[in-house]
Design a protein around this ligand. Structure first.
Ligand SMILES: NC(=O)c1ccc[n+]([C@@H]2O[C@H](COP(=O)([O-])OP(=O)(O)OC[C@H]3O[C@@H](n4cnc5c(N)ncnc54)[C@H](O)[C@@H]3O)[C@@H](O)[C@H]2O)c1
Length: 408
């Protein structure tokens, strides 16, 4: 590996994260995070490095650990450490090491946490409650984290305010949709070099991520089947032109399976038993629980690693099926995660959420960022892409605010 690879990758990300760089310029001038300690558990990618440096530019002391044992980009982590930044983790770390690194971040005694999956906040609430006194609040990056936080809120367990950055339009309708759509297929292709056209791709979950994956798989010429548990997204998938059915029916039809539900054991041994010889399973949901990997391992007569992110399982009838990246999110394990352009919008949300937490006293609940901030991120992104849009005329504003005027 080129010694400068991490540094070069970060510079390339900076080039493609114009909106976040504009926030960095303002942070450099205004120092809105001066004196704050920020503890992060995010995938350590080149884009995360750009966020770390942006928060530092705002005056914060930052420590970062990975939020998944397979997603750290070692060259980037190394480049951060070379600059004296506290970056903990490496690709392929064990579960014990994973929690050790999270706790090294918590040793910073953060005023603000930035989580992707809610592990720092959970760790603080379960084991490090001494940190609650200094904690102003936290920011959450992904749908799975938000689901966990809402359960904490419902049970009255949440002891700090949290900003649901994932729920910004400029996050889940961009990153989860366009980002996961592209990078999930990228991960599967890098892991297997499989041809997508002509294949039947089964996508479990038709939320923001599932819609993106279905769109991109169709774009590559695949026949897409969607499985769902909720009626409305199932209906949407049908109206978007995809076949919708139960996983037990899709199991025997699919060549490639992608789970993006945020739920547990969506593909189970009884489904795997019905799969075709050579079927490939990949997960792009946050945790490695969507495919019951342990169940598949137990039903297999033989298991072998055939490529770095591709495990083959031989079943008792002689059929072979594959699971990619041990069921961990494929786009960050076998590829590089989302392209910088979409992460720029997500991380504008994180940077502005930190500033918002400092400027506002919030209740111990899960909060949305105000719509004006989300709108400002859209405008910034349009600006860096050189796109101008129309402005409402005074007559249009008056019309939209009135009710008397009907057909002419
Ligand atoms: N890989 C990545 O880089 C990346 C990026 C963003 C989000 N995520 C993660 O992806 C997952 C999905 O996120 P999202 O934003 O699309 O969530 P979402 O809530 O928008 O969509 C999830 C969908 O899955 C459906 N679902 C739940 N259980 C199911 C089951 N048993 N079978 C079929 N469908 C089921 C739900 O009804 C819902 O429509 C989360 O874990 C999220 O954290 C990953």
């Amino acid at each position: 590996m080129n010694d400068d690879q991490g540094k070069n990758n970060i510079a390339l990300a900076e080039r493609n994260m114009g909106a976040l760089m504009k926030i960095r310029e303002r942070f450099e001038r205004e120092k809105p995070l001066k004196g704050l300690r920020i503890g992060m558990a995010l995938h350590i990618t080149k884009e995360t490095a750009v966020l770390v440096k942006t928060l530092q530019a705002g005056g914060a002391d930052v420590a970062v650990a990975g939020c998944n044992p397979l997603s750290t980009q070692d060259d980037v982590a190394e480049a951060l450490r070379a600059e004296g930044i506290k970056a903990y983790g490496y690709k392929g770390e064990t579960s014990e090491e994973y929690y050790k690194f999270l706790n090294q971040v918590l040793d910073l005694r953060p005023h603000i946490t930035i989580d992707d999956g809610c592990d720092l906040i959970t760790e603080i609430h379960l084991k490090r409650t001494d940190l609650l006194g200094e904690l102003i609040g936290g920011c959450e990056e992904t749908t799975t984290g938000i689901i966990r936080l809402h359960s904490m809120e419902r049970e009255g367990a949440l002891r700090v305010p949290i900003i649901a950055v994932n729920d910004n339009k400029t996050k889940h309708l961009m990153d989860n949709y366009y980002g996961t759509g592209q990078s999930t297929l990228d991960g599967i292709i890098r892991a297997t070099n499989v041809l997508f056209c002509g294949k039947t791709v089964v996508i479990a979950g038709y939320g923001s991520c599932g819609k993106g994956c279905a769109l991109r798989a169709r774009g590559l010429g695949s026949n897409v089947i969607v499985t769902e548990v909720d009626a409305f997204p199932a209906l949407q998938a049908h109206m978007d032109g995809f076949r919708v059915m139960k996983m037990e029916d899709a199991a025997s039809l699919g060549d490639i399976f992608i789970t993006v539900t945020g739920n547990k054991h969506v593909i189970r041994p009884e489904h795997v038993a019905r799969m075709k010889n050579g079927a490939i399973m990949a997960n792009s949901g946050h945790f490695d629980i969507e495919i019951d990997v342990k169940g598949v391992r137990e039903m297999a007569t033989e298991a072998a690693r055939v490529r770095p992110f591709m495990d083959r399982f031989t079943l008792s009838d002689g059929k072979e099926v594959y699971i990619l990246a041990e069921g961990r999110l494929i786009n960050l394990s076998a590829a590089e995660g989302h392209p910088s352009e979409v992460m720029s919008m997500s991380f504008c949300g994180q940077a502005l959420a930190c500033e918002y937490l400092v400027q506002n006293r919030l209740e111990n609940k899960v909060h949305l960022l105000p719509e004006e901030i989300d709108e400002a991120i859209s405008r910034l992104q349009l600006e860096v892409m050189g796109i101008s849009i129309d402005k409402l005329t005074p007559e249009q504003i008056e019309y939209l605010n009135s009710w008397q005027e009907g057909t002419s």
